[in-house]
Write a protein that binds this ligand. Structure first.
Ligand SMILES: [Zn+2]
Length: 395
């Protein structure tokens, strides 16, 4: 094979081919390469200066981009050099990242493929083991994440994602201004959030945090009090409203069993209709609910209470929000709605964090959006057991 042409096709500046072997059966091309300069320099892997003096050398097999249908392997001389600063170190090859067994350009292409396709498909397309593809993607993402500028964190979001029976929860911490997840950890204990602060948010960066949007979940509150005591805790509106939906659902079930005959028939199968917001229903659905409410006043009251509660987050003045909530609680009296009594107690216990929204308008919607992305990613990747990789992928 004319070495000169192959060297030009290979296009690794400073390196040339001195031997080549083509295995037709395996469709594999093996190229032996080395520096072309008469007295070459080697870059010290420790400090990056150029070194001439060689201690020893070995050969490393490195996978490169395919040439047409050929799989290409490079055999490179890798030198141990005597650096005057670092002593004996392995040289740094200009076309390989670190100690990888593939070229930087192959890694870049694979990482780009992984943006649009799952690891398994990229592995098949590139003829690489899935584990290698995942490692290449992860390395590329890690470098990208490290190079990103860090802006101060003002609004943190802490939320959990339900996974399944074995590992039940993932805790996700995100930057609510940029809408990016910052950290993912196992379970949803106080220790989980403590770990986030230890790993990802050094004390110097905690001061900028103004508010944290979080679920009404005591372990998280305790961790936040310990690490960012100055930050306002704002309870996530969607979580609070989900509790209200649960209360409505509990009322529906209780009414179903309390009543007999015709009324029971009206309640049957209305669960999803009841749990939707009035504004999202069409005329026919509203009429169905009106008929149901006409015969069951308690359910009507419960639905109204749940609908009204959402107004709580429209106030800018704490006094007004407090007044609204007081009226809401008054409307609840004498209604014999135990599920809502329970909800009311929960709201009173978390009153400060709910009213804090008047002072810190954290973007609630972002938390939901970020979690939606992560859930989609988990489904597509059939569960990223590697949380660092999951986090890098969603950033
Ligand atoms: Zn050195």
């Amino acid at each position: 094979m004319p070495e000169e042409i192959v060297t030009r096709v290979l296009c690794l500046p400073g390196y040339g081919i001195y031997a080549a072997e083509a295995d037709e059966a395996a469709n594999t091309l093996t190229l032996w390469i080395r520096q072309t300069a008469g007295e070459p320099y080697y870059v010290c892997g420790g400090c990056g200066i150029s070194v001439r003096e060689i201690h020893s050398w070995t050969e490393r097999r490195i996978r490169d981009l395919a040439w047409g249908t050929w799989t290409v392997w490079l055999h490179v001389e890798v030198h141990r050099v005597r650096c005057r600063r670092c002593g004996v170190r392995t040289e740094r090859l200009p076309f390989v990242n670190g100690k990888a067994h593939y070229t930087a350009r192959l890694e870049a292409v694979v990482a780009q493929d992984c943006e649009a396709a799952p690891v398994s498909r990229v592995a098949v397309q590139r003829g690489l083991p899935p584990e290698t593809v995942r490692r290449m993607d992860k390395r590329a993402l890690r470098r990208w994440a490290a190079a990103r500028p860090r802006t101060p964190l003002h609004y943190l979001g802490v939320d959990e994602i339900f996974l399944g029976k074995t590992v039940k929860f993932l805790t996700v911490v995100s930057d609510l201004e940029s809408g990016e997840p910052l950290w993912v950890g196992l379970e949803r204990k106080r220790e989980t959030l403590d770990q986030f602060f230890a790993e990802a948010l050094p004390p110097a960066r905690r001061r900028a945090v103004r508010a944290v949007c979080v679920d009404m979940w005591e372990p998280f509150r305790l961790s936040l009090k310990a690490h960012v005591p100055h930050a306002k805790i704002v309870y996530d509106k969607f979580h609070v409203l989900r509790h209200a939906s649960d209360a409505l659902d509990e009322t529906r079930r209780a009414e179903f069993f309390r009543q007999g005959g015709e009324a029971r028939g009206l309640i049957r199968g209305k669960r999803w209709l009841l749990l939707r917001r009035w504004a999202h229903l069409d005329d026919e659905e509203r009429e169905t609910l009106r008929r149901l409410f006409a015969v069951n006043r308690r359910l009507a009251k419960a639905y109204l209470l749940k609908e009204q509660l959402a107004h709580l987050w429209t106030y800018t003045y704490e006094g007004a929000a407090r007044r609204f909530l007081t009226n809401w609680l008054l409307a609840l009296r004498w209604q014999r709605l135990p599920a809502f009594q329970k909800l009311a107690r929960m709201l009173m216990q978390h009153l400060e964090g709910i009213l804090n929204y008047c002072h810190e308008k954290v973007p609630f919607g972002k938390v939901e959006a970020i979690n939606g992305n992560i859930r989609a990613m988990l489904r597509r990747g059939r569960g990223y057991r590697d949380h660092e990789y999951l986090l890098l992928k969603v950033q």
